[in-house]
Every structure is written in C-alpha cells, then in structure tokens.
Design a protein around this ligand. Structure first.
Ligand code: BES
Ligand code: ZN
Ligand code: ZN
Length: 484
C-alpha cells in the first residue's frame, strides 16, 4: 500500500515539512529560528540540492529548484530529489509529513510527491524475518500544502497506485504467479477499479486457433490464458476503441533456444507489458477517462519442457497466417500477433502494444527511452512524445521502412518469426504489423522495463515502465476528443 495523501489547509509550527522553494525565500509558516534561517540561506546560496534542519521536535527539508531548466525537466529533478531524500526522511521515522510550496509553478508539489511515493515502493511480501515495521510502506501520511487542484491530485494518486499494482505483478516470481494467476490478478484489478474482464481458457484459445499463443505454451505444464479487458464509459467520446495489447510472458527461458549466461535472470519480468496494460485500464476506470478502451493480454510461460515448440515448426496463427519458427526465444511476437489479429474484431481506431520484446531495443537506447515505431498517424506519435516528456518516460522512434519487413521472408511459410541479427527491434515490430490492417504503435520496453539497479525512483524491482506514459497519452487523447 502506498502512503495516504491528503490536502492540508494549515500548517502548525510543530509539523515536519518538506518545502519546495521556487525563489529561495523561506516561508514564515515553517517557523524556523533566526539561526536556522541563516544556516539554510547559506546552504541554498551554495546551491545544495536540499537543506535539512533538525529542530529536535520537528524536521524541515528545504528543496531547491534548478530554475535554469524547462519545466518538465524541473519536475523530473524534483522526482529525483525526492528519491535522494528518501533515506534521510525514512531515518527520521515521521508518521506523517507535509509537502509544501507556495512560490513555484503548478505541478511542483505533485512531481515531488510522485517521486517520493514511487521511491518508497518495496516488494517485501516474501520477507519473513524482517522487522514488521520495515515491511510496512512508509510513511503513513503525506499532507500536501499549496496550489493543488483536486482533479490533479486524484489523477496522480491513482497513477501512483497503479504503478504499485504493476510493480507488484512484475515482482511476483513465476512459481507464485502463473498465467492463470495473472488472469486472476487482472480480474481483481478490474473489480476494484470498474473495468470489465473476460478470461479465455485454453479450450477457448484453441477454438480461436491462436496458434502462436498455443505453440509458446507447449513446453509448459501450466495452461495459457487470454484476457480481454474493457472500459466502456457511458459518455465515451470515441466511436472506435483504442486497443492496448500487453506481452504476458510469465517467464521467458527462451524455450528450446534456451537463454544462456545471465540472460534468463530477470525474465520473470517478461510480463511487464501485460501488467502495464492492466495498470492503464485501472487508471482509466478510476479517473473515468471518457474513452472506450480494450486491453488484450495473451499470457503463458515459455519453457523447453514436454513437447515444446521447436525451431523449424510451422504455426498457423489466429488469422491463418503461417509462421516458420526460426527461434523459440522470439516468443513474445508470436503471442502478441494472435492478440493483434484478434484486435481486428473491434475495428479499432488504434492498436498500441507494449512488450519487453527485444534485446536489440535495450542495446539501442539503454534504459533511457522506450523504443517506439509504427504506421499510425503522426498525431499519435506527437502525443506520445509529449506524454513521455511530461512524465519523463521518454520515447525514441525507430525507422519502420517496409524493406525491414523483407528480412522476415520464409521459404516454406508466409513469414518467419526472426529476421536475423540486424535491426532486431525493427523487424520484431514489422512482424507484428503484418497481423493487422488497423493503425498501430509498438512500444518495446526491453530496455526500460527491467533494470539492473535503481534508476532513482524507478526501482529495479519492476519499474513499471510505460504505465505513466500510456495513461497520460490516453488522458491527452480524451482531451483532444473534447476539443473536437
Ligand atoms: N524477452 C526477450 C527480450 C528481452 C531481452 C527483454 C532483454 C528484456 C531484456 C525476448 O523474448 C527475446 O528473447 N528476444 C530475442 C529475440 C531474438 C531471438 C530474435 C532477443 O532479443 O534476443
Ligand atoms: Zn524470448
Ligand atoms: Zn520474451
């Protein structure tokens, strides 16, 4: 559980406060002594990131704004400062703390609070020996004081809640959360937020002839699921829905093309795309985004057991396309392809898929950017780029030329699931494109969706990459519709 957040109307002199300073003017409501103020001014003039004052009965943290940056960068600096302050704040064991600002821009308090909440996340479910106190999320209460609009507060608290839900799903290991378990968790998230969930079992998946999902599942003793999430508000502004598709590979061993070295180590996170789709639906439902949105989640683990699918197999997919398997480790695109062709049933305005899809995307952009590509109208790319800056989950576009698709030619089937070593992230996107006539955007989060160490408030424990991005994108899209 994340900390409780409330708006405060007055600060009392004995309250511990984190105060974000726009112009380095120390507000009177902090009730600091003359010498404390002098000390603070000196530290601020030396451009310290923050100043800590311990008045024995309370603590004051002054946060300096780096004012020579554009606003979206300052917001990110505030999120990072929140992370940098986390240990100190925690060591002071506040049961509640005020976050205030009166001379900064709109959104400063929200950005800092968001950074702090996301920094406080931890996954301690399976710790049995740690002190109970440490297991609880900390602190209990955050009290916000300053210019904050109610709808903004609702939006970012739900966004943070969704990040927690998504991270929890990603962190669950494969022996505790299989495909059926993921389906159940998605249903629970639907129930608590208000979107509808339908879960198709293996029999239904067979009836739908989802040859990609079934093939990847063959090496596993656990059955696959195909989840259909729907948010259809009464006042929806779009005629055709937006369809979100998330890769739900519970664990990716590589299959018979088994992963070597430490490449398998973090592969419980190979369902990060699926978790993100559930998280976006949660935010849409909780904040009543006036758009019709469908989420599709094909889920299975990818293992080499039983009669696992093999290199050379030819699969018949949901849309009857035949696929030659060139590598069983290119499983994500196979399960996504079935979902993307299934999306055609909804005649969508746009399909967006999100997946930890290729090492190639991670090699290209590291953990700095989500690789994006697609054939959708440029207006969607612009909106995604703006959303990315706003929440600082930035996107970087890759080429999507048809020539890249030619690398997927097969001698014996319609298409191959791998295109060789070159341009691996792009050929994966091109593979997906062949399964739909609808406009599509493809987000590869292999670089940002799993981390070797904390990237500030993006915890290495499943950062939840793409959630704040896509939720913001959906919100902005609804605003565009409202303008029409
Ligand atoms: N899940 C992996 C991609 C991945 C790699 C995600 C690193 C996160 C971090 C995916 O299923 C995969 O194995 N892709 C292969 C494709 C190749 C066989 C064409 C890859 O990228 O190596
Ligand atoms: Zn793989
Ligand atoms: Zn994978």
């Amino acid at each position: 559980m994340k900390p409780e957040i409330k708006i405060l109307s007055q600060i009392s002199p004995d309250q511990s406060v984190i105060c974000i300073l726009g112009n380095n003017i120390i507000p009177n409501y902090l009730s600091l002594s003359k010498s404390e103020k002098e000390y603070a001014r000196k530290r601020l003039s030396e451009k310290d990131e923050y100043v800590f004052i311990n008045s024995y009965y309370k603590c004051t943290y002054l946060v300096r704004i780096k004012d020579d940056l554009p606003e979206f960068k300052i917001r990110e600096e505030l999120r990072k400062t929140a992370y940098n302050l986390k240990k100190l704040i925690k060591s002071n064991s506040h049961s509640e703390i005020v976050i205030s600002s009166d001379d900064t821009f709109d959104g400063a308090i929200e950005a800092f609070t968001e950074g702090l909440i996301l920094s406080f996340y931890s996954f301690k479910k399976y710790k049995t020996r740690e002190d109970e106190k440490d297991k609880k999320n900390y602190p209990g209460k955050l009290l916000l004081y300053g210019k904050i609009k109610k709808p903004d507060l609702k939006w970012f608290t739900e966004l943070c809640e969704a990040v927690y839900l998504v991270r929890d799903m990603i962190n669950e290991p494969a022996n505790h959360l299989n495909a059926v378990g993921l389906g159940k968790e998605i249903r629970r998230i639907g129930d608590i937020s208000g979107f509808n969930v339908e879960i198709l079992n293996k029999g239904k998946i067979e009836a739908l002839k989802m040859g990609g999902l079934l093939a990847v599942n063959k090496g596993s003793v656990d059955p696959p699921v195909f989840c259909i999430l729907e948010w259809k508000p009464a006042g929806k502004l779009n005629k055709k829905p937006i369809v979100l598709v998330g890769k739900g590979v519970i664990y990716d061993t590589g299959g018979l093309n088994i992963k070597t070295g430490d490449y398998m180590a973090q592969m419980k996170a190979d369902m990060a795309g699926a978790a993100t789709v559930a998280g976006v639906m949660y935010v849409a439902a909780k904040t009543s985004v006036p758009l019709h949105i469908i989420g599709l989640v094909p889920a299975t683990d990818n293992r080499p057991g039983g009669n696992a699918y093999t290199q050379g197999d030819i699969l018949t997919m949901h849309n009857n396309t035949t696929v030659e398997v060139g590598n069983t480790d290119a499983e994500g695109r196979l399960i996504l392809a079935d979902a993307i062709s299934y999306a055609g049933n909804y005649s969508p305005e746009l399909i967006i898929d999100i997946a930890t899809l290729t090492g190639s995307a991670a090699m290209t952009f590291g953990n700095q950017a989500i690789a994006i590509m697609g054939n959708a109208d440029r207006k969607y790319f612009t909106l995604l780029d703006e959303s990315g800056n706003e929440v600082y989950e930035r996107v970087a576009e890759l080429l999507f030329w048809d020539e890249y698709g030619e690398l997927l030619k097969s001698d014996i089937a319609d298409i191959k699931n791998v295109g060789g070593r070159e341009a691996g992230a792009i050929t994966a996107g091109k593979f997906l494109e062949t399964f739909t006539k609808s406009p599509m955007l493809h987000l590869d989060i292999a670089g940002t969706g799993l981390l070797k160490k904390d990237d500030f408030y993006r915890s290495k424990e499943g950062p939840g990459s793409g959630l704040r991005l896509l939720a913001t994108f959906i919100k902005k899209l609804a605003e565009e519709y409202r303008k029409k």
